[in-house]
Design a binder for this molecule. Structure first.
Ligand code: COA
Length: 346
């Protein structure tokens, strides 16, 4: 089938109830609400309680996305995370089991904050190749399990959460169509974002220093690379979709820092009002941030709106794609065809 495309069919998000404000962090860290707000745009974030894992949040977001898509089965589950429930095995099979999905293929993808776009690329390729008709793609991270709560450079930035989408096979021209996913990596910068110990290169021992057990980031270098990589990737994704700069209604980028988002928007000609932002309430939720932002802003999109998605993360890795916002769809029990009922969010 030459006109087979991958279409967004549903979305969902989950975040812990516990809200941690900048003011609360002032009491434990050498920081201020004014610094955090002005340097990052973040006002509060969510922290999972000790009993809540990445997988727990992934299950809730995945269930919501499937419900919204009107499906009870999928052919594949891809979970983007760099904070899996265990270092071995992957978390996705457990998530699939919790969702009652039987023995479907399920695997994790680790590309830190770009993970959702890496997972989405594989899901789209599986749909285009005809090896899957419906894929559940989840981005979930419990970054508080790796961030040092005493490191003001990272503790103020990251939050916990999960977001998910269902991708299904569709026909060319449908609203909801995903464009080519542009991906890239630069391993020469692998130490810019890293948990140094706990892997095969530096297994944990009783003498592992505290700083090597936690997430570490070279903030200013990451800032610069994030702006340039996301800008280039987004421009390439727009080009491959045949969309001119200015044709795009929304930028939905990894929620790293408002100054990064605004700079990428400026560079590709998207006004600040059209740069989707929920980092003020959720901080940087790593692989979860793009699907969470889609879910949180869904009521603001109209069917057919043109979105460009972009991410940058550890590795370093980056990616971008385009998407037209879908309508609410339903698979007819009699014809088996998917029909647009109304806008997805209404
Ligand atoms: N509160 C108060 N001061 C802080 C602080 C905090 N939470 N964190 C850092 N500072 C201080 C620094 O110590 C430094 O002080 P100095 O000038 O006395 O040395 C000063 O603020 C500037 O630090 P710097 O790291 O240059 O700040 P910045 O403006 O680059 O902002 C980040 C830091 C982390 C917010 C910013 O670099 C950033 O957002 N980077 C990208 C992060 C990202 O996108 N990560 C995810 C991608 S996957």
């Amino acid at each position: 089938m030459t006109d087979r495309v991958a279409v967004l069919a549903g979305y969902g998000a989950d975040a812990p109830d516990r809200v941690v404000t900048n003011l609360e962090l002032e009491s434990t860290l050498d920081t201020t609400d004014a610094w955090i707000t002005s340097r990052t745009g973040i006002r509060e974030r969510r922290w999972a309680d000790p009993g809540t894992s990445t997988g727990d949040m992934a299950v809730r977001a995945g269930r919501m996305a499937m419900r919204r898509a009107g499906v009870t089965r999928v052919d594949r589950v891809v979970l983007a995370t760099s904070t899996p429930d265990h270092s071995c095995p992957a978390t996705a099979p457990w998530v699939a089991h919790q969702l009652g999905l039987g023995t479907v293929p399920a695997y994790d993808v680790a590309a830190v904050c770009s993970g959702f776009l890496y997972a989405l690329a594989g899901a789209r390729e599986a749909v285009l190749a005809g090896t899957s008709d419906t894929v559940l793609v989840i981005g979930a991270d419990r970054f508080t399990s790796i961030v040092d709560p005493g490191d003001r450079g990272t503790a103020v930035i990251f939050g916990d959460g999960a977001g998910a989408v269902v991708i299904r096979a569709g026909a060319s021209g449908e609203v909801g169509t995903l464009g080519d996913v542009v991906l890239g990596s630069d391993g020469s910068q692998s130490d810019h974002i890293m948990v140094r110990a706990g892997g095969a290169r530096q297994p944990l021992t009783s003498s592992t220093p505290q700083r090597d057990r936690h997430f570490a980031m070279r903030g200013p270098e990451v800032f610069t690379a994030a702006v340039s990589r996301m800008t280039d990737a987004a421009a390439t994704a727009l080009d491959r979709s045949g969309w001119a700069t200015g044709d795009c209604d929304w930028l939905v980028a990894h929620q790293a820092n408002w100054r990064i988002l605004a700079a990428v928007g400026r560079a590709i000609g998207i006004h600040e009002d059209r740069v989707v932002c929920d980092l003020d309430r959720f901080g940087n939720t790593s692989a979860a941030s793009i699907p969470m932002a889609l879910a949180h802003h869904a009521a603001g999109f109209r069917t057919g709106d043109r979105l460009v998605l972009a991410a940058f993360g550890g590795g370093t890795t980056w990616g971008a794609t385009t998407l037209t916002w879908p309508g609410r769809t339903s698979r007819s029990a009699t014809t088996g065809r998917t029909e647009v009922l109304s806008e997805l969010t209404r």
